[in-house]
Design a protein around this ligand. Structure first.
Ligand code: PLP
Length: 370
């Protein structure tokens, strides 16, 4: 086999909201020979992935696996599973990804009502309880870590209010999983979905999802078939966990990568990893504040692995981002929607969440701001 390749990507330091830096052993796992999606080795790999996902999600849910697709595939799976024509859905709307959830719920025929907050803020327990008690939904949706704003909402109050009203809760944990305590069972989330390319420090392509026994029963009992065939949890469960009958050609390569990325996380220890991200967040914020920048989100509501410092007066954020990319191969992102030109979005995650990387980043960032 020739090792000459026509692929020579530039070396980047991925300090954006994702995809983030990937460890060499994850790339090495991806260069192993593939097996088929029906091979016993594939199912062993998938089982190992399921076990480790339960640990990072913080759940005992038997129905936990990685599906083929990016984070939006997980979102589509969760929503098409619980939302049928006429289902009443409450959305806590404080950023871009709640809008995507709203759109998907509407496409599935849901009757959607929203409680709005400015981008960067979160909802109090009292606001959540009042909204849900008033609307009496069957399904409640929120984004735990809003990547468009930098705001984190654990969601315990939302889940309690939803359960008091007999509703099921979908939480987007795309940016929090692997870097922050998602705590699915303790929080009371019924379906949580994520991606591989952020807090799990893996390549994009799979979407971890976990489903509570209550939500699984609801799905089993629903009267109309899921409008999505590809993302039908009943069919996926049968393929991954029950009969292993063919459903789609899952990529062994991506499963190897995720298995390795999750092994690195469990070797480090999930709690140690959360703590490392928390410490590096504080180091980053203290450096950013020394440079005179202010954070967009209140300290107690910040996503620790995705920071949103405000763009200082008179600074063109696009120029700063271009300079970092052109001169240092560093990627960060800007804000969009109501936050366009107003915030930077800087991820300190996985292999880049170390004192050396934070220090070096702050040095080049300070120069780029001048
Ligand atoms: N939800 C959130 C909070 C996200 O940040 C993203 C992507 O950045 C998505 C959903 C969609 O994920 P993907 O781009 O992997 O489809």
């Amino acid at each position: 086999m020739t090792t000459n390749s026509s692929i020579h990507p530039p070396q980047r330091l991925l300090f954006g909201p994702g995809p983030t830096q990937v460890a060499p052993s994850v790339y090495a796992a991806m260069s192993q020979p593939i097996v088929s999606h029906m091979d016993p080795y594939f199912f062993q790999t998938s089982e190992a992935v399921q076990d480790m996902l339960r640990t990072v999600f913080g759940t005992k849910n038997p129905l936990t696996f990685a599906i083929s697709g990016t984070g939006s595939g997980g979102m589509e799976t969760a929503i098409s599973s619980l939302v049928e024509p006429g289902t009443k859905v409450c959305v806590f709307a404080n950023g871009f990804f709640c809008d995507r959830m709203t759109e998907m719920a509407k496409r599935n025929g849901g009757n959607v009502v929203r409680l709005e907050k400015p981008w960067g803020e979160v909802f109090t327990d009292a606001e959540a309880a009042e909204f849900i008690a008033h609307e009496k939904p069957q399904v409640v949706m929120y984004v735990q870590a809003e990547t468009s704003t930098g705001a984190f909402q654990q969601g315990t109050g939302i889940c309690k209010a939803a359960h008091d009203a007999g509703a099921l809760v979908i939480a987007d944990v795309v940016t929090s999983l692997g870097a922050m305590p998602v705590k699915v069972d303790e929080t009371g989330i019924d379906i949580a979905y994520s991606c591989t390319q952020k807090g799990l420090s893996c390549v994009p392509g799979l979407s971890p999802i976990t489903v509570s026994p209550r939500a699984a029963e609801y799905i089993e009992a629903r009267k109309t078939p899921n409008r999505s065939w590809y993302f039908d949890l009943k069919l996926l469960n049968d393929y991954y966990k029950v009969s292993h009958r063919y459903h789609h050609t899952a990529s062994a390569t991506l499963f190897y990568a995720l298995r390795e990325a999750l092994s690195l996380i469990t070797q480090e220890g999930v709690e140690n990893r959360w703590e490392r991200h928390r410490r590096m967040h504080h180091a980053f914020v203290s450096g950013i504040e020394k440079l005179g920048l202010k954070m967009h989100v209140a300290p107690e509501h910040r996503i620790v692995n995705l920071n949103t410092p405000r763009v200082p007066e008179g600074v063109d954020d696009a120029k700063v981002r271009k300079l970092l990319m052109d001169e240092h191969g560093i990627e960060i992102m800007g804000g969009f929607g109501p936050l366009a030109g107003k915030v930077f979005r800087i991820g300190i995650m996985g292999p880049l969440a170390t004192p050396e990387h934070v220090e070096n980043f702050l040095k080049v960032f300070a120069n780029a701001l001048e």
